[in-house]
Design a protein around this ligand. Structure first.
Ligand code: CO
Ligand code: CO
Length: 341
């Protein structure tokens, strides 16, 4: 049995380029003026947004990564759920997707790649969209993901810059999949049920984003992926010029995660995230550092909503089986900052 994770240095959103390196890469990049481009790369939003001029927006995004699990079908499914998530995080509805596949054909064979693609195709069917094409290359490491296009009504768009002081924060999926993936990669996964819970979470579509898009009081949304809750929350704080007050005890985490936290099993990306956001956060305990900087693969939606919209948001989360407990609030302040209490 081939173990896909053995062919990858890092996996899932944990193989994202570290925030500091990404900044260097994007420095000096000029987008130019394009009247129809409503959202480009300025606020690190989940997708680019193009105004079609008829009240409709075109959303476009891509996401791909190295294997995060050993099973090729699950890898295809997780990568697809994760890529679709960026459309939902903008309040949109996906329309169609293209596959992006790199494969060491000689080492792994074409058959396994076809299983990855079948996994992705199943997720696209679940989301009600076609996997309409794609591009493949013969590569030294396997990687897979999708480019996704979607639509959104102008009035339903949620970006990182729309949050307001007083907004309540929600997180729809528990944190900790980065730690689980690290344990799996090191062959030291102590709890099969913990892995099953992490897998279930990574396979869950964030389609509630579409419904949340229609809730007027939802001011900002993003999906929590490689930069962890700390990083993605900081994007909202920066984009909206606000500070966040997180309630540590309320942050949802995978049931049974303590077994990994107590033995300090976490991926390298956790430290890179901490180095990037450390100066913008209050002092963290070891546990808070591991959890808040844990890179999520196919993580949940982080939602900033007005208190008046709380019941509407909680109803959508409850119907989806997500966590309905507020994890904190946003408030005005001089510099974007995250307080953890
Ligand atoms: Co995203
Ligand atoms: Co993404």
């Amino acid at each position: 049995m081939v173990k896909l994770t053995e062919f990858a240095r890092g996996g899932g959103c944990g193989c994202k380029v570290a925030p500091a390196e990404l900044q260097k890469m994007l420095a000096g990049l000029r987008q130019g003026e394009h009247g129809a481009l409503l959202v480009g790369n300025s606020h690190n939003d989940d997708a680019a947004v193009w105004n079609l001029g008829n009240g409709q927006l075109l959303l476009s995004t891509t996401d791909f990564f190295l294997p995060v699990v050993d099973d090729p079908f699950d890898f295809g499914r997780i990568a697809a759920v994760n890529a679709l998530s960026d459309i939902y995080a903008m309040g949109g509805k996906p329309a169609f997707a293209l596959a992006i596949l790199g494969w060491p054909v000689e080492k792994l064979g074409a058959e396994l790649a076809s299983v990855v693609l079948r996994g992705a195709s199943q997720v696209c069917a679940e989301a009600g969209i076609p996997l309409a094409g794609g591009h493949t290359i013969d590569a030294t490491e396997p990687f897979f993901g999708l480019a996704v296009n979607g639509f959104c009504e102008v009035k339903h768009l949620k970006t990182n810059s729309g949050a307001q002081s007083g907004d309540i924060l929600y997180l729809s999926k528990p944190l900790g999949v980065g730690m689980v993936n690290a344990a799996l990669k090191r062959g030291s996964m102590p709890d099969a049920e913990l892995f099953a819970r992490a897998l279930e979470s990574m396979l869950k579509l964030n389609r509630i984003g579409e419904a949340l898009g229609r809730v007027e009081g939802v001011h900002a949304m993003t999906d929590v992926t490689g930069f962890g809750l700390a990083g993605h929350l900081f994007e909202i704080c920066k984009g909206s010029s606000l500070q966040a007050n997180l309630k540590w005890a309320m942050i949802p985490r995978l049931e049974g995660l303590e077994v990994l936290m107590n033995s300090y099993v976490f991926p390298d990306m956790t430290t890179r995230n901490f180095n990037a956001y450390n100066q913008n956060m209050s002092e963290l305990s070891a546990e808070a550092l591991m959890l808040l900087c844990d890179p999520q693969t196919s993580g949940g939606l982080l939602i900033a909503a007005a208190p008046e919209a709380a019941s509407a948001v909680e109803e959508i989360l409850r119907a989806d089986g997500g966590s309905i407990i507020p994890i904190g609030t946003l408030l005005s302040g001089k510099e974007p900052f995250i307080f953890v209490e």
